[in-house]
Write a protein that binds this ligand. Structure first.
Ligand SMILES: *Cc1c(COP(=O)(O)O)cnc(C)c1O
Length: 438
């Protein structure tokens, strides 16, 4: 544990030189104390002053099996002693071969058969977009398919291509005009209602399957994904599933699309792929897409895209170990009672806490909306969600709102039922501490 003096030095250095993501820096360090996280074990985080907190949002939606799981730590340690990084451009390595094979093995034979590795969710999305687009350009009769369709309020990452898909106005409106051409729809019916001529110009539809994350943790109607798959098949449109948040058990299945028996043309995963231990991402696709990039060099069909750390060996080692843990600890088999308890306690919170206006649950995820006790919404500048989450720290829970008034509970899958009860008590208490004052 660091001393209070050392902690203070780090905080001063942070204030002088650091810039945090998605953070209004004018309020940073003023609205709440800056916590310096020092270590983690299971679902628990400890700060430099020795205070313990339950990791209520899986360290920004990434952690799956808890912190410092011995099997994953050992795999990383072993790999670091062998080699940390080698180039995947021009060379291969065994861990990437094994990981790609294992990822494909979760899908029926001859469906998703190819894996393109990258670094994070945004670059997995960029790969899918570029593959989809380029495959059209170099396929006779498909050159006119240049448009992408995304859903309103979607979130697919922050690099320029991914951000131009983004449907959350606060984040993305100012970048309109940059990036790719995208049309947003609210529903499948709205997509169907677009002109046949437009529909023939669409290269791909992208969706966060089963639940939209950043959009206040909003589940889709049951069956929507299956109907969308059917529509895309009928119209010759690719389906891209953004499983960056939903992948690796969050919705109860290894991938969310498995809830509806859907196989997309592109499946992007990142966050939980390594159980959140290191950056690594993968874009899975079909042999049909892969084949469109085969040709003589002079045909220029190569996918000229990649990143320095593609298929990073330490990431691949962590991912293989994380998938071992799924099997060794029967992680998915043990989820149903936890999902049930989360849903029950979420509903109880909605009934009993006057500042909770709605709770949505999906698998191991809760979205908790707060409003004034008379039901009127808080203003953005009230920072109600943020203030409630800050108050929860005193009750031993760390999480963040995903809009100004939706609080997220998305713990690591290894959380126990007792810890789930602890988390819900902390959320209830934090809301009751902070919101009556607004
Ligand atoms: C987090 C997220 C991304 C972006 O992933 P990064 O690793 O932050 O680039 C994309 N899509 C969804 C659904 C996400 O939740």
């Amino acid at each position: 544990m660091a001393s209070p003096q050392q902690t203070d030095i780090w905080i001063q250095r942070d204030l002088a030189h650091c810039w945090h993501p998605f953070t209004p820096q004018a309020l940073w360090g003023k609205e709440a104390e800056i916590l310096m996280i020092e270590s983690g074990k299971g679902v628990w985080l400890t700060d430099t002053l020795g205070r313990r907190y339950l990791d209520g949002n899986s360290s920004i939606w990434v952690n799956i099996h808890g912190h410092c799981h011995p099997h994953i730590v050992e795999a990383i340690r072993r790999q670091a002693g062998i080699i940390c990084h080698s180039s995947y451009l021009g060379f291969a390595h065994g861990l990437a071969s094994d990981l790609a094979t294992r990822l494909c093995s979760y899908f029926p034979k001859d469906t998703l058969t190819r894996v393109f590795f990258s670094d994070d969710g945004s670059t997995a999305i960029e790969s899918a977009l570029k593959m989809a687009f380029q495959s059209r350009v170099q396929t006779p009769g498909e050159e006119h398919r240049r448009h992408f369709v995304a859903f309103s309020n979607c979130y697919h990452g922050d690099t320029m291509g991914a951000a131009s898909l983004g449907g959350v106005g606060t984040f993305f409106d100012r970048f309109k005009g940059f990036g790719i051409e995208v049309t947003h729809v609210n529903s499948l019916d709205e997509l169907r209602a677009l002109s046949p001529e437009f529909i023939r110009s669409v290269t791909a539809v992208i969706i966060e399957p089963v639940i939209q994350g950043v959009n206040r943790m909003t589940p889709w109607p049951k069956g929507l994904l299956r109907d969308l798959r059917r529509f895309c098949d009928e119209q010759g449109i690719y389906l891209i599933c953004d499983e960056v948040m939903t992948g690796f058990g969050r919705t109860g299945k290894l991938f969310a699309c498995m809830n509806e028996g859907v196989i997309p043309d592109f499946l992007c995963c990142a966050k939980g792929l390594t159980s959140g231990y290191t950056p690594l991402a993968a874009c899975l696709t079909t042999e049909a897409v892969f084949d469109k990039f085969i040709g003589a060099c002079s045909e220029n069909k190569t996918f000229y895209y990649g990143h320095s750390f593609t298929a990073h060996p330490i990431g691949c080692a962590a991912a293989m170990a994380s998938l071992d843990v799924f099997e060794n600890e029967r992680v998915l088999e043990n989820l149903p009672p936890k999902m049930q308890l989360l849903a029950e306690l979420g509903a109880e919170l909605e009934r009993n806490n006057p500042w909770v206006s709605a709770v949505r649950s999906c698998g191991m995820i809760l979205g908790i909306d707060v409003a004034r006790a008379d039901g009127t919404p808080f203003a953005q500048d009230d920072r109600a969600g943020e203030k409630a989450c800050i108050a929860m720290r005193r009750h031993g829970l760390l999480t963040r709102p995903c809009t100004h008034d939706t609080i997220v509970l998305m713990p690591p899958l290894c959380i126990t039922e007792e810890e789930i009860r602890f988390a819900l008590r902390a959320i209830d208490a934090g809301i009751r501490d902070a919101l009556p004052e607004l």
